[in-house]
Design a protein around this ligand. Structure first.
Ligand code: FAD
Length: 448
């Protein structure tokens, strides 16, 4: 291609003239359709440097893509270059030091498989194809975070290509301000991360994987379940975490589904979860199994892609029955064209609270859980109705939560830096100024 003839690059270059272009320009959220000039699949750090320098010299806008799961599509765009690191997916374990180093294209499922077959769990996310880099840079919520901390809490070191095309290291001793910022400051703000080194959790044989299903629930029953959940999370054993979805699905009607992992055995878990299990309609299943098998069952729930709008804010207090009923009522009717509408609680607390809100860029440490709102549709004709529905539900959720989770970004937010980073926003702006003085790395909601 004429445009890329000056580019010294070992990886594949996909442009609109290529058969693969139509598939390769897609991201997980199919409601977002963008048309880049070219997608540059990097094979290693040298390719990343070449691609970045090329974009700077040619004055071409670019985006960085790893797993392509950004809710708002900030890793893709029209008339720009996508620097894609997804083929940089080497994993290197050092068992004597209890560390694992990954290239920034590794996906959740690849890391789970690699570590799981060696007996290690990992505090990753729930979707198999989310990029570990994007997940971690934005915080990294998962079913092991109450025991091991968020994804970011386990990072020892980042390697990153900066705006000069130089490789720099960020850890506790070297570029420690950048190390602070990369842990929760969101993807795409400071440079192109090429590798991450994590501390390994201890090996273990078994965990308990569990699900609790409540079929055909009324709004009142859902509000009651939310109440039990919030009270449970006041004192919950940190070895347990779960995601609780209160939903209205085209094929199932209104129901609730809890899914989680317990780092202990079944009998102990049953006692802990008793308040949820005694509720009429509870259909619970427990399985004592390997961590890898448990996480595979969580991952299996996800389709290959979806059209959706979703976001979420942080819960900080006990809500009244009226407030919970309002939340439950918000999903009793789906917007036109929606096949699935949900309010979801993502459990926090435990080890997430062990660090202070200024210790890393992730500010919302003291929250007990994230409250997410979501609608999924199939026919693009209904996209706007679904987005408007999410916006209207969010009007209420915003009044009872604080901030927004940067891993669940929401494009209509005006004061997005404050919302994503709370009291860490100013420090992040200063660090950004230092590490990217010419605003080379930017997208619609980048740190300014
Ligand atoms: C189905 C689904 C399930 C999810 N489940 C969870 C979950 O369980 N827990 C959770 O915390 N989050 C979850 N998320 C959110 C997800 O973690 C974030 O969207 C994350 O940013 C995605 O990372 P990615 O690499 O897949 O996406 P991308 O879209 O490739 O990247 C996300 C952002 O990071 C930037 N970026 C990507 N790679 C790099 C890099 N190497 N260097 C610098 N910047 C980079 C991109 O430019 C973009 O701004 C989920 C998202 C989806 C769609």
């Amino acid at each position: 291609m004429e445009l890329t003839k000056d580019l010294c690059f070992n990886g594949e270059i996909v442009t609109p003239n290529d058969m693969e272009y139509e598939e390769d320009r897609q991201i997980w959220n199919r409601a977002i359709q963008r048309y880049p000039i070219a997608i540059l699949y990097c094979t290693g750090v040298e390719d990343v440097i070449s691609a970045l320098r090329f974009c700077i010299i040619k004055k071409l806008k670019f985006r960085i893509r790893s797993g392509g799961h950004n809710y708002e599509g900030y890793s893709i765009g029209n008339n720009l270059i996508v620097i894609d690191v997804s083929r940089m997916n080497k994993i290197m374990i050092n068992e004597s030091k209890s560390t694992v180093r990954i290239q920034s294209g590794v996906e959740n499922s690849e890391l789970y498989e690699y570590l799981g077959t060696r007996g290690y769990p990992f505090p990753g996310g729930t979707c198999p194809t989310v990029g570990v880099a994007g997940y971690t840079l934005g915080g990294g919520w998962g079913l092991s975070c109450r025991l091991f901390g968020l994804g970011l809490d386990n990072v020892l070191e980042f390697q990153m290509v900066n705006y000069k095309g130089k490789i720099i290291t960020a850890n506790r001793d070297c570029n420690s301000d950048l190390f602070w910022a990369l842990r929760g400051g969101g993807g795409g703000n400071f440079g192109i991360v090429t590798s991450l080194t994590f501390r390994l959790p201890p090996k273990l044989n078994r965990v308990t994987f569990f699900t609790i299903y409540y079929q055909n629930t009324t709004a009142l029953e859902q509000a009651n379940l939310m109440d039990v959940f919030q009270n449970l999370y006041e004192t919950l054993d940190r070895r347990v975490n779960m995601r609780a979805s209160f939903y209205n699905a085209e094929d199932e009607g209104v129901a609730a589904f809890f899914i989680g992992i317990f780092y202990g055995d079944i009998e102990e878990l049953k006692e802990i979860l008793e308040p949820l299990l005694v509720i009429p309609k509870a259909e619970a299943e427990f399985e004592y199994t390997t961590f890898l098998n448990a996480i595979k069952q969580v991952e299996a729930i996800y389709p290959d892609s979806q059209k959706f709008k979703s976001t979420g804010g942080f819960a900080y207090r006990i809500y009244s029955k009226c407030e919970l009923l309002e939340l439950a009522l918000s999903i009793q009717r789906r917007p036109i064209g929606s096949v699935y509408a949900a309010v979801t609680f993502y459990g926090l607390g435990g080890a997430v609270k062990d660090k202070g809100k200024h210790e890393t860029a992730f500010y919302y440490r003291d929250s007990n859980y994230i409250i997410g709102i979501q609608s999924v549709w199939e026919n693009s004709a209904y996209a706007e109705d679904n987005r408007a529905w999410v916006a209207s539900r969010l009007d209420y959720i915003k009044t009872i939560t604080k901030g927004f989770f940067v891993n669940f970004p929401y494009s209509p937010l005006r004061n997005y830096e404050r919302e994503y980073y709370g009291g860490n926003a100013c420090r992040l702006q200063c660090i950004r100024e230092k590490y990217d003085p010419f605003n080379v790395f930017n997208y619609p909601q980048s740190i300014k």
